[in-house]
Design a protein around this ligand. Structure first.
Ligand SMILES: NC(=O)c1ccc[n+]([C@@H]2O[C@H](COP(=O)([O-])OP(=O)(O)OC[C@H]3O[C@@H](n4cnc5c(N)ncnc54)[C@H](O)[C@@H]3O)[C@@H](O)[C@H]2O)c1
Length: 339
């Protein structure tokens, strides 16, 4: 079976078994378990797990609330889970973020296993050990670094996932292609046939980066390519855009900024827009939104010091960082994505 090692506060594997069911049973190795999954996936989980092992979570982002977190914590305490029990998160990024945070905090930390069921979950959320829930004041503001003991990737989950969610998840894969492995970009031209390989190569990129810089001191920051404006757009759209859709616009902006500030070749800038449009992802956003987006970027929790830092490219697969004035950012925004 193929697998990718991740070295963080613990070593673990991202495995690619023929089916997730036997792999997860293997990984639990007879321990007491609570399986967190949203209602929509319960029918696919029943059979592998019994009803009394499953804790149904709310759907989507709603499950990443303190209310939902506290309900799950009370439920697993009531069921008598203890320090040797295992949490299994089966679902998209919202479910694995919640499951990981429950595992990080229940009895000061117990083991957990991630079974991501969306592209975004597979290539991004389940890899890297960041877990958490949202506060009314902002996304992911309560969280912990707590790596799973295994991440199990089975792309047969994607059969029931909407085209929109598949494409949005692929924006993160495209990002991995631009920052580290251009082969992903070639494969994306024929993405539906190459989906498994795209997912595996993107996981390799993320696993490599987090293994070298688990707690985001510097290198991990490269994963934020396209995300500074992307996060602002996601919030500005009131989450009507998927994370990956907002990041898609952010990637086009980051490429244009890279060209102005770091000499990125115009051909690579054009390749961003072409490829993202090929995936039917948005590359433009409201021309009148810049002032509000700038405000949102200034409030981004990832911002260091007083300036907004952007991850940029100097060439395909090579990253750098830059800062830019408000006037520069506005000019580039209006010239590229704000149309
Ligand atoms: N921890 C991290 O490092 C990290 C990184 C990136 C994103 N995230 C988080 O991930 C979340 C976004 O991930 P997401 O897009 O997977 O969101 P999600 O978990 O909300 O899933 C999206 C939707 O797809 C449904 N779904 C999941 N699997 C399905 C399947 N196989 N078939 C049919 N429907 C399915 C879900 O029920 C949900 O309605 C956000 O909360 C984001 O903050 C975390």
């Amino acid at each position: 079976m193929r697998s990718i090692r991740v070295n963080s506060e613990r070593q673990y594997s991202v495995t690619f078994p023929l089916d997730w069911q036997s792999q997860v049973i293997n990984a639990i190795s007879g321990r007491n378990v609570a399986v967190l999954t949203p209602e929509r996936l319960v029918s696919q989980v029943l059979g592998t797990f019994s009803k009394d092992q499953i804790v149904v979570t709310e759907d989507g982002e709603t499950q990443k609330s303190l209310t939902s977190y506290s309900k799950v914590m009370e439920e697993i305490a009531r069921r008598g889970l203890n320090r040797s029990s295992v949490i299994v998160g089966i679902g998209g990024g919202a479910t694995t973020d919640l499951a990981g945070f429950v595992a990080a905090t229940f009895m000061r930390g117990i083991d957990w296993i991630a079974v991501p069921t969306t592209v975004a979950g597979m290539v991004d959320a389940a890899i890297g050990g960041k877990t958490g829930v949202n506060l009314a004041s902002g996304k992911n503001l309560a969280g912990a670094f707590h790596s799973p003991i295994e991440v199990i990737i089975d792309t047969s989950w994607l059969k029931s996932l909407s085209q929109r969610d598949i494409r949005a998840g692929l924006a993160e894969a495209i990002k991995c292609g631009f920052i580290a492995n251009p082969k992903i970009l070639e494969l994306a031209l024929n993405w539906s046939e190459n989906l498994e390989e795209i997912i595996e190569l993107s996981i390799e990129v993320k696993a490599g980066v987090v293994s070298r810089d688990f707690k985001e001191s510097l290198e991990r920051e490269i994963l934020n390519y396209g995300h500074t404006l992307g996060h602002a757009i996601e919030r500005h759209s009131n989450y009507t855009l998927r994370h990956g859709e907002a990041v898609s616009v952010g990637l086009c902006f980051a490429a244009a900024l890279s060209s102005e500030k770091c000499g990125l070749d115009a051909g690579v800038v054009a390749q961003h827009e072409r490829l993202l449009q090929h995936l039917d992802l948005p590359t433009k956003y409201s021309p009148t939104a810049f002032a509000e987006l700038y405000e949102l970027m200034q409030n981004d929790k990832k911002r260091r010091a007083s300036e907004i830092r952007f991850v940029t490219l100097t060439e395909l697969g090579k990253t750098d960082r830059t800062v830019a004035s408000r006037a520069e950012l506005e000019r580039i925004y209006q010239k590229t994505v704000g149309r």
